[in-house]
Design a protein. Structure first.
Length: 153
């Protein structure tokens, strides 16, 4: 178990009993990006997060005073330019009332720790240009790269 050093903040793996709170947090994250998913995607993603398939995402949650206040989903995958796997941090979310208190930083640091434990030398993530609040944190804990994302239309 990964534990953050903040006074009453604990970072830990997702548990089955977290489903309702996890769904609330992920729904809010998706809404920020003006997106939604079907009930099937919620159910499938939750089961995959709890599974043990190495190709599936993992999830860490931030717990404060017994309530979930943040989450991150991350994945290890092969990279053509490296022998080791790399880590993709796909989703990071903190409830608005705890932003600025270190929750996001602790979640990212916990992913860094998980990557180190797996021998993955690189952790990367994407965000939208307009996500200025999160980018203030990202500029402190990561390195902004010049890559531009394209995808199939």
């Amino acid at each position: 178990m990964i534990t953050a050093q903040a006074t009453d903040l604990r970072i830990r793996p997702l548990e089955r009993s977290d489903q309702a709170d996890w769904r609330r947090l992920w729904t809010a994250y998706l809404a920020f990006y003006e997106s939604t998913v079907s009930d099937e995607v919620y159910a499938t993603t939750f089961e995959r997060l709890l599974g043990d398939d190495a190709q599936d995402f993992s999830c860490l949650v931030a717990e404060k005073d017994g309530a979930l206040v943040g989450l991150t989903h991350y994945l290890f995958h092969r990279h053509a330019w490296r022998v080791e796997n790399v880590c993709y941090l796909q989703d990071l979310y903190a409830d608005p009332q705890v932003r600025g208190t270190g929750v996001g930083r602790k979640l990212i640091e916990a992913v860094y720790e998980a990557a180190d434990a797996q021998g993955a030398p690189n952790v990367y993530w994407l965000t939208q240009e307009f996500n200025t609040t999160a980018r203030q944190l990202y500029d402190r804990v990561g390195k902004h790269t010049p890559f531009v994302k394209y995808q199939r239309p």
